[in-house]
Design a protein around this ligand. Structure first.
Ligand code: TRH
Length: 386
């Protein structure tokens, strides 16, 4: 649900430490743009790794200490003590994924006449306990400051997930034919072909899946953004590498490697495909808004701690499906995450059920309200409180 701006000039600082890959900055960059564009907030984004940021936003220059893109001020967060050249403390401070704020900054927050609203934005999870912990305050041990835990989630009572106001309209306007010519360099495949997008970490299950697509009855076009899975594609096709612009064929399978594109264009890949393999956090969310069947390669954690999160997401997404479809999707998602061997035919025979569910699920998820709007509503209520 969208909320009008609290004040046009409300200032917000977002701190983001890039742990690995693209998800940390991916989420923060999307949130920063949305707070600026849709809620009129004045946003500064502190990021410790501008090279990774550059991949998502090519206009970011990794050599600059301070710059601006899409109306957001971007500061290179160089060392833990650095928090901008001046210690101007914003009205709202968002610490993403429990990255530690500079001590000098926290001390200055405590000195500020009107205390900032301090939010710890957590990682997304579909687990039930999220709703109980969402918006819980945690007092600072030394300063008169409260930090509030903001939990993105897939169910009622959570912070929801990010969704731009114009996303559905952009999806409706998507010109698939032009996209295929421009990005893949071939004509859009006909209805008899299954188009699969593959954004994943290294995955031992991919060889078996590639074999099944190669030996299957129907043609499959596989779109693979260059990245961690590209080596497996190269080995499968007997190529030295599988980089942007390359394509390869084997049996019923044609694979095309795509270059990494700026973040706002990533959705187009998901709209162009019939089914999307996604990973981490942000692409997982975008696949849900694409309203197409998808398979999640969850970020692997020690001791299989990620498996309950995978099952919690399945419980939301696959609820309502009949038992055979529910079991097939669970088998396939588990196999893609290391438990078993993926069986494409067993999974894809439920295609029409999965198509219909994907559309309904996108509507259900939208009912929770978008994360940026929910965050703004929370801050507005906090600031209005006596
Ligand atoms: O890259 P990810 O695996 O990110 C992460 C990190 O590993 C992080 O540490 C972890 O905590 C988190 O997952 C859960 O996957 P994710 O989250 O999907 O982020 C990928 C981003 O890259 C997403 O914002 C989309 C973007 N992207 C582009 O902008 N252009 C592209 O061409 C592609 C393929 C992706």
């Amino acid at each position: 649900m969208s909320t009008p701006p609290v004040t046009p000039e409300l200032a917000c600082d977002i701190f983001c430490a890039v742990v690995d890959n693209f998800g940390d900055i991916g989420v923060c960059w999307r949130l920063a743009r949305q707070l600026r564009a849709e809620h009129g907030w004045r946003v500064r984004l502190f990021v410790d790794d501008l090279k990774v940021f550059h991949a998502l936003c090519p206009e970011v220059d990794a050599a600059l200490a301070r710059q601006e893109a899409s109306g957001v001020v971007i500061e290179h967060w160089r060392e833990p003590a650095h928090a901008g050249d001046t210690l101007q403390i914003a009205d709202v401070v968002i610490e993403a994924f429990a990255c530690e704020l500079p001590h000098a900054y926290i001390a200055a927050m405590a000195r500020r006449a009107s205390r900032p609203v301090w939010i710890n934005l957590e990682y997304l999870s579909g687990e039930d306990w999220i709703a109980d912990f969402h918006l819980r305050p945690s007092p600072h041990p030394r300063y008169p400051l409260d930090k509030t835990f903001f939990f993105p989630g897939l169910g009622a009572g959570t912070g929801g997930v990010l969704k731009e106001r114009d996303l559905d309209a952009r999806r409706a306007r998507f010109d698939a034919a032009s996209w295929w010519r421009e990005r893949v360099g071939i004509e859009r495949p006909g209805d008899g072909t299954t188009v699969v997008s593959l954004f994943a970490y290294e995955n031992p299950a991919v060889d078996s899946l590639l074999e099944q697509w190669r030996d299957g009855d129907g043609p499959v076009v596989l779109l693979v953004p260059e990245g961690r899975i590209s080596g497996a594609l190269a080995r499968f096709f007997g190529l030295p590498k599988f980089t942007a612009g390359m394509s390869a064929r084997a049996g019923a399978l044609q694979a095309c490697a795509l270059g990494f594109v700026e973040q706002p264009r990533f959705d187009e890949l998901l709209w162009a495909a019939d089914i999307n393999f996604v990973r981490g956090e942000d692409s997982f969310v975008r696949a849900q808004w694409a309203a197409k069947p998808f398979v999640w390669h969850i970020y692997p954690q020690a001791d299989d701690a990620h498996m309950p999160k995978l099952d919690a997401a399945l419980a939301h997404y696959a609820r309502e499906l009949d038992a055979p479809a529910q079991q097939a999707i669970a088998r396939f998602w588990h196999a893609w995450n290391g438990a078993g061997t993926p069986d494409w035919a067993d999974f894809w025979r439920h295609r029409s059920t999965l198509d219909a569910r994907a559309t309904r699920w996108a509507a259900e998820l939208a009912d929770i309200g978008d994360l940026a709007g929910n965050l703004v509503a929370h801050v507005t209520a906090r600031m209005a409180a006596p």
